[in-house]
Design a protein around this ligand. Sequence first.
Ligand SMILES: NC(=O)N[C@@H](CC(=O)O)C(=O)O
Ligand SMILES: [Zn+2]
Ligand SMILES: [Zn+2]
Length: 445
Amino acid sequence: MSQQSTTYVLRGARPLGGEPADVVLRDGVVAEITAAGAADTSGAEVVEADGQVLLPGLVDLHTHLREPGREDAETVASGTRAAAAGGFTAVHAMANTSPVADTAGVVEQVHRLGQEAGWVDVHPVGAVTVGLDGERLAELGAMADSAAHVRVFSDDGRCVADPVLMRRALEYVKAFDGVVAQHAQEPRLTEGAQMNEGVVSGEIGLTGWPAVAEEAIIARDVLLAEHVGSRLHVCHLSTAGSVEIVRWAKSRGIDVTAEVTPHHLLLTDDLARSYDPTFKVNPPLRTAADVEAVREGLADGTIDIVATDHAPHTREDKDCEWGAAAFGMTGLETALSVVQETMVDTGRLTWADVARVLSAAPARIGRVDTGPAAQGRPVAVGEPANLTLVDPAARRTVDGAAQVTASGNTPFRGRTLPGEVRATFLRGRATVLDGTPVAVGEAVR
Ligand SMILES: NC(=O)N[C@@H](CC(=O)O)C(=O)O
Ligand SMILES: [Zn+2]
Ligand SMILES: [Zn+2]
């Protein structure tokens, strides 16, 4: 934090969409909240926030930053700058880098790169198994005890398919209140799979990825979590059946949480008819009935959070025929807009709910301390000023080339979406102002 930090007055902001207020940020914390127009602005930088919703800084439990190893697709610096532009103040960086984040050394490196970049807090995810090979447990304890304080462990990109290894991982993470985040994909049932198995895959002749390949692993894992009394998180849940299984598990008191991605809240497998590999992702885009089920699951609390699964890929890895293209799509800069479009503007979630599913709950699952504002109540004096201002009345057309991320593989290109992040503050320091990331030189230290 800077010694001589700027004081900001967010004038006329609406905390969690409530009544307008002036919110004063000073020395890293929320210093004052007054009636709109009443704050003393002398010596302060005024941010005109009339009509804008003030949210706690967003927390992503599932981001791929690609560093180390694939800096041509994204770096910690470029990915976290994109995160700040999307309203995030913290991201969890997935372990499927090269080398894999399966040692204390690698997670500490990623953590340090995050601090040096200064855009958001970077919380590295540790691999469950050495090299993501699914054979031996990685050094989970050493990663937990490291300077990176890892609490989330995942082989994401791959499924921990061996039930004995999964059981051991669940048992092991209990010692430090960790969680295993599972990429639920039964490998044998998805060999060669290219898209959702259903009517569309049959018509266009691409190998299908059946819903049961996801549901069978989730069913197994909630039972394993119950058996060993541990904490399970389900990554990017995508089918109606998965929602039902998680609903059942929660009703039984099993300690399971689940995430849905923005793209699974909005898009369907019909898009594969274009053979545009931008729409190729794991798990695949599903049917309209699945989209309806995940929206309902998010609205009723069965699904705890929205996580981006931001998966940047280079042009070479994406601009090829469908079968050869990499799985994955970017999402950090569009997540809040997609949630507004699918859940807020449809009346299924309030802005307070958005604060819960995109900040408080992911922070709790990842055991990240983001201050009380992330606990889902309106901003209060004395809290660390991790905040996001969004203009819900704005509309913008997504342009891949204009995004901050180093990769252009957004599935929302050409779509007009509601909402725009106008400003983001990390411990009182602006990382985004006027809808634009603030120069890095100013952002650091
Ligand atoms: N989601 C994807 O399609 N791809 C992710 C891996 C993953 O999240 O499974 C990636 O790392 O590219
Ligand atoms: Zn995954
Ligand atoms: Zn992922």
